[in-house]
Design a protein around this ligand. Structure first.
Ligand code: AMP
Length: 305
């Protein structure tokens, strides 16, 4: 089993009430890949500029992430600048310099074409479909998107959603995509667009998952120290798809496995926010993941103590 992830690899400059991190490793594909790498081998497709550091490449390699699909182009790496308010729930994009990412055309190396699991990070829905055209019938396609594409390319996004098994978006995006304020109605409308499984992320308020058979709610893990929520959504997706890919080799993916994947995604995301950039994820161990996963069970068990 392996996962193919396509998305942004970035430098982020992040300001929060707890400090500032300048030009640190970020990007949706980076967070996803590192989180998923705890479960199965990960193949990364993205683009960086000549300024991208060897230290960052080494961080990916240290997690066993395959970088054949990470293209280096003349120019500078995508640079995103964001600022968080005191409650860390609202974020303002201060500046987005697309740089080489503006010219990103995903080229899937031959060795990646048989990846059984595919995660389409938040890129142009036309490019997301282009990726699907380059791979051999994966077992599972998961996808992210954002307000920019929902309002900018609604028809293209609809076509992509028709080919997706799991859509992971936040509550504001779910409302925008469906035109429904009520989240249950929004979920029904979005599932009718294609994805049988819909995961709606609500930041510190946790996650809702809607499938054919049921709905499932999970809290975010209550932490005393939250430094930087950047990448939590992508890290959730990495833990979620990573767990599913690992479980798929052991048998069929049913609603119980999907629920466990939600808790694993939430577990990984809870580590991500404990430090800036990928700092916490890069020194995480499998034992720490398993411990917190068990704490999640205690946290949500209402039948016993
Ligand atoms: P998240 O906090 O999960 O929404 O993801 C934050 C990451 O998304 C940051 O590391 C950014 O580098 C990256 N990012 C921000 N804006 C964009 C964009 N327009 N396209 C792709 N990636 C982006």
């Amino acid at each position: 089993m392996s996962i193919l992830v396509v998305g942004s690899v970035a430098y982020d400059t992040v300001e929060s009430p707890f400090g500032r991190a300048e030009r640190v490793l970020g990007g949706s594909a980076s967070f996803f890949a590192v989180a998923a790498s705890f479960f199965v081998p990960v193949n990364l497709v993205g683009v960086v500029g000549r300024d991208f550091g060897e230290e960052q490449m080494a961080a990916f390699r240290g997690r066993g992430i395959d970088l054949e699909g990470l293209e280096t182009m003349d120019g500078e790496t995508f640079h995103w600048r964001g600022k968080y308010s005191y409650d860390l729930n609202s974020r303002e994009t201060v500046r987005t310099d697309l740089n080489v990412f503006e010219f990103f055309k995903p080229k899937i190396p031959a060795a990646y074409r048989r990846s059984e699991h595919v995660f389409l990070g938040n890129i142009d829905p036309v490019l997301q479909r282009d990726v699907l055209d380059q791979v051999d019938r994966p077992r599972l396609v998961a996808c992210d998107t954002m307000n920019f594409w929902i309002s900018g390319k609604p028809e293209e996004l609809r076509k992509t959603l028709g080919r997706v098994d799991v859509l992971l978006i936040n509550d504001a995006e779910a409302r925008q995509l469906s035109g429904e304020w009520n989240i249950v109605k929004a979920a029904r409308a979005i599932r009718a667009m294609g994805p049988p499984t819909l995961v709606i992320k609500k930041g510190e308020h946790g996650v809702l998952m809607f499938t054919e058979g049921s709905s499932f709610a999970a809290p975010a893990y209550p932490l005393e120290e939250v430094f930087d929520p950047t990448g939590a959504g992508d890290t959730f997706a990495g833990g979620f798809v990573g767990y599913l890919a690992g479980a798929a080799s052991a048998g069929a993916v049913d609603d119980v496995v999907l629920r466990r994947a939600v808790i694993m995604g939430s577990t990984l995301a809870s580590f991500c926010v404990e430090a800036f950039s990928l700092d916490r994820l890069l020194r995480l161990t499998r034992a720490e993941i398993d411990d917190r996963y068990r704490l999640f069970r205690r946290l949500t068990d209402f039948e016993s103590l």
